[in-house]
Design a protein around this ligand. Sequence first.
Ligand code: DAH
Length: 349
Amino acid sequence: MNSKIAELKIQFDAEAAKASNTAELEALRVAYLGKKGSITELMKEMKDLSPEEKKSFGQEVNQLKGYATEKLTACAEELKKQEIQKEIDSVPEFDISMPPSMNEGSYHPVTLVQRECERIFKTMGFAVEDYSEIVTDYECFEALNIPKHHPARDMQDTYYLDNGQLLKSHTSAAQNAIYKKYKDALINDGVPIKAIFPGRCFRNEATDACHENTFFQMEGVMVDKDISISNLIYFMKTMLSEVFKKDLKVRLRPGFFPFVEPGFELDISCLICGGEGCPSCKHSGWLELCPCGMIHPEVLKAGGIDPEEYTGFAFGLGLTRLVMMKYGIKDIRDLNSGSLKTLTQFIDE
Ligand code: DAH
């Protein structure tokens, strides 16, 4: 081997052995293999050699180049391994015999009530659906019989993305997708559509004890032949009586929502006085709980379902409101506060 090449190899090996981090390895690569690196520079000496010498010299320089490249890769891998090992070693050992911490987490009250509602509806044959929080204007409004410039949009101002999509202002925004998903089974096989879809909703609200910009609802729909208001009353009464663990009375009052016809406000008998009248229910004996109604023919049509043949009901249960009533929470902001002092008080029953 040419003595200059051999010397350079020894020098490279010595320096490679000293490199202790990736930055140093990179510096070494530049120093030897970079444009002006020592190995690259060797090539320039070829021009002064005889044709025979050129051949063997060239081969040897190329070998050294290959050797240096491989060595640098191997060193980089080795360093990486060492770094990982260092990280592993720095993790304190985990003692499985330690008693559990007394500060274990707890479910958020909304999660508790949501799961309870899901459980109850599942026993009544409802599918539980999840839906995105970012939706289109069509899903949130147009498909629900709320065209652009309809005054009903005023109450549902929300947060808009640059691409025209928006954060859903109510769980009704999933209705259209649900109809489209299940309509074939309904039309071809006669399987009724029965689904609930809980979700986080957003509105551009000034917050106070009763208003939040982020809250939870649970929408439910049932579509089949001959579905009537009595089906709606039965399902709501059964579900709410189970949630509150007492036999509740329900009543319907007229209410307007563009996506149902007729539309209602569903009230339950007051949880405190049982209907006698007390300050909590403003002496009426009733608490307003859940808007609902018979699905508007235009909404069914938008979902690909013939309203001449099928009817259905829909309801939009305010999960957050339900939680506040169930646990007697007076300020809605407590629920999003992240305060463990507040949130760990609620337990699964
Ligand atoms: N989406 C309505 C809201 O948030 C609530 C609602 C009313 C949902 C009537 C329904 C319904 O399904 O039938 O204001």
